[in-house]
Write a protein that binds this ligand. Structure first.
Ligand SMILES: C[S@@+](CC[C@H](N)C(=O)[O-])C[C@H]1O[C@@H](n2cnc3c(N)ncnc32)[C@H](O)[C@@H]1O
Length: 321
């Protein structure tokens, strides 16, 4: 039994025969109790990333559970355990990455979306809760139990296409992205979810020769202005620029998607777009000018305008927006 000395936070100094410079020389290293480490990690996260205390505590627990390969309930019942040197190294490596600002989702390699778990890597945008508003609007307009065709433009990790495919088993879903590495992530997610029927295509928005009678085109395109200072802050620093920025006013991708929609929708088919909180009027005008009708706008859970949609009228219709 090695002697131990309690220190602040319950950390204990323990002679470590295996890790000293002089092998077997008994150089002291600090062994830390798990609950003490969690306290120290959340304080460091709060101070360095300017996080509220509760959020920092949650992040510390999520990262510790990931590094130790346990669930969060285990952390509660093992708070008094001393971390082994290997465990201490693993939790410190995780927290070190987070302290540089790296998003939690990239450290964990996964993110939950609409009740499903998706792999994410730095090749894809981290799925956002706002996008669930778009998915709900799409599900409301897709038949629950009939075949239909859906096109997801800018699929990234595949969250929209794959979530729609889970909830609409008869839908034929085509998912497009310009980025090959992003499509690899999306295909991996499709395999994990048993959704090999979703068809992935690498293209610059509308693929050549794609069917022209989609019941729905759905997209969460890049919509941040190129010079927006937010691109240099927080999580956005770590995400692919091609997934975020879209020209001087952030509307380049939306313009391209709206312009191509009438030629790819069946009469009565829907175009649904996620956009920036201040881009709803521009989206509405673009869709109206493209001939779409029954235009609507939805707010996200934070009450910000987030989704605009419209329907291609049947040839005889037309009518008022
Ligand atoms: C905002 S991300 C959305 C990712 C995913 N749909 C989501 O909601 O989390 C936009 C995606 O559009 C893709 N993209 C950007 N420009 C594109 C283009 N010209 N053609 C096809 N995809 C494009 C990016 O690679 C990125 O994956």
């Amino acid at each position: 039994m090695r002697p131990e000395v309690e220190t602040a936070y319950g950390a204990r100094l323990t002679p470590s025969p295996s890790r000293g410079k002089g092998r077997g020389g008994g150089e002291a290293v600090v062994s830390v109790r798990l609950d003490a480490w969690l306290t120290s990690a959340s304080l460091r996260l709060a101070a360095t990333l300017d996080l509220p205390r509760e959020e920092a505590r949650l992040e510390a627990r999520v990262l510790a559970a990931h590094a130790l390969g346990v669930n969060r309930a285990w952390l509660v019942t093992h708070g008094h355990d001393l971390l082994t040197p290997a465990q201490a190294e693993a939790v410190e490596a995780c927290i070190g990455r987070r302290l540089t600002g790296e998003p939690v989702a990239y450290i964990l390699g996964r993110r939950e979306f609409y009740g499903l778990e998706f792999s994410v890597t730095p090749d894809v945008l981290i799925p956002r809760p706002e996008t669930e508003t778009l998915v709900e609007a799409a599900l409301e307009r897709l038949p629950a139990m009939a075949p239909c065709q859906v096109l997801d433009l800018g699929t990234g990790s595949g969250v929209i296409a794959l979530t729609l495919a889970v909830h609409r088993p008869q839908a034929r879903v085509v998912a497009v992205d310009r980025s090959g590495p992003a499509l690899e992530v999306a295909r991996r997610n499709a395999r994990t979810l048993g959704l090999e029927r979703v068809h992935f295509v690498q293209a610059d928005w509308y693929p050549d020769g794609s069917v022209k009678n989609f019941d729905m085109i759905v997209s969460n395109p890049p919509y941040v202005a190129d010079a927006d200072p937010h691109l240099a802050r927080g999580d956005l620093r770590f995400e692919p620029r091609g997934a975020l920025a879209a020209g001087p006013d952030g509307l380049d991708a939306i313009r391209a998607i709206v312009a191509g929609a009438p030629a790819h929708l069946r009469p009565g088919g829907w175009l649904l777009l996620e956009h920036g909180y201040d881009q709803a009027p521009a989206c509405h005008a673009l869709m109206r000018d493209a001939g779409l009708r029954s235009l609507f706008m939805l707010e996200d859970l934070g009450g910000r305008p987030r989704v605009t949609g419209g329907c291609l009228p049947a040839a005889a219709e037309g009518g008022d927006p």
